[in-house]
Design a protein around this ligand. Structure first.
Ligand SMILES: [Zn+2]
Length: 248
C-alpha cells in the first residue's frame, strides 16, 4: 500500500476509547487494574505503534471539527474519581506524558473517603495531561430513578444531575466541561436529548467496541478495562466493532 493510501485508511479507522476505574499497586478487582497490568497494556500499545491521544481529539475528529485522529491510536479515560487515580495513575502518566480524561461526579470529591479531593483534581488538571469532564452530579442509576419518580420529577432530576455536575466542575476548577460519561452506561434517547440541552457535545457509554464516524455522539462506545485485558485479547478488544457487553 502506498503512503497516501495508508494514511487514508488510517484516518478512517475508528479510535478505541479505554475505560478504567481504579488502580492498585498489587491487588486487581472487577474494576481495579494493577499498576503492573496497566504498564503491560501501555507496553503493548507502544509495541504496536498505538499513539495515546486526548479524548477531545477523538471527539473533534468524529464531529469533523478537526481531521480524524490517525490510527493506530487510543484514548484513555477513568471514571468515578477514585483516589488511586491520583496515587497510582497520575505518577505513571506524568512520567510517560500520557493524556487522560477523568469523568467525575462532584458530590464525592473531597467528601467520600475513597474519592479524590478538589486539590488533587486541580493539580492533575494543571499538569496539562488531565482533562476533567462530567459523570453526573452523584452517579444515579437513571433506570431506577425513572421507575420511582413521576415523569416531571424525573425530568427535573435528570436536568439537575447533568447541569449541576457541569457547573460545579467548571466553578471549582476554572475549566470548561462539555463531555459526559453515563453512570453505569445507562442511556436512552430521552437522556441524550437532556444531555444536548445541558450543553454537552458528546457522551460515553460502556458498550465496548470503537467509535466510528457517523455514530451516535451521545452514546459513544468505550472498552471496559481489566487486568485480564492483555496481549492478544487486549489487541482484539481494540479492534472489535462491538461487544454488546455493559458494565459499571
Ligand atoms: Zn461510574
Amino acid at each position: 500500500m502506498g503512503t497516501a493510501a495508508a494514511q487514508d485508511k488510517a484516518a478512517q479507522t475508528p479510535i478505541p476509547i479505554l475505560a478504567y476505574h481504579r488502580f492498585d499497586p498489587a491487588t486487581p478487582g472487577p474494576t481495579t487494574v494493577t499498576n503492573a497490568a496497566f504498564a503491560r497494556q501501555l507496553e503493548w500499545l507502544a509495541a504496536h505503534h498505538y499513539k495515546i491521544v486526548p479524548l477531545r481529539a477523538v471527539v473533534e475528529g468524529l464531529t469533523g471539527k478537526t481531521p480524524p485522529v490517525a490510527a493506530p491510536a487510543v484514548a484513555i479515560t477513568a471514571d468515578d474519581g477514585h483516589r488511586s487515580v491520583y496515587t497510582e495513575l497520575f505518577p505513571i502518566i506524568k512520567k510517560e506524558h500520557i493524556p487522560v480524561t477523568l469523568f467525575i461526579y462532584p458530590s464525592a470529591i473531597s467528601h467520600a473517603s475513597y474519592a479524590l479531593t478538589w486539590d488533587q483534581l486541580k493539580e492533575m488538571h494543571d499538569s496539562g495531561l488531565v482533562d476533567i469532564e462530567s459523570h453526573t452530579y452523584w452517579h444515579p442509576d437513571f433506570r431506577k430513578e425513572r421507575a420511582r419518580q413521576s415523569p416531571e420529577k424525573y425530568r427535573a432530576f435528570v436536568d439537575d444531575q447533568l447541569a449541576r455536575s457541569k457547573s460545579v466542575l467548571e466553578d471549582k476548577l476554572g475549566i470548561k466541561v462539555d463531555m459526559l460519561a453515563w453512570p453505569f452506561g445507562i442511556v436512552d434517547p430521552e437522556l441524550e436529548t437532556s444531555a444536548k440541552r445541558a450543553g454537552y457535545v458528546a457522551a460515553f457509554g460502556f458498550n465496548g467496541g470503537v467509535a466510528a464516524p457517523g455514530g451516535d455522539l451521545f452514546d459513544l462506545p468505550r472498552i471496559p478495562m481489566s487486568n485480564a485485558a492483555q496481549g492478544a485479547s487486549f489487541g482484539a478488544m481494540l479492534t472489535a466493532t462491538t461487544s454488546g457487553k455493559a458494565q459499571e
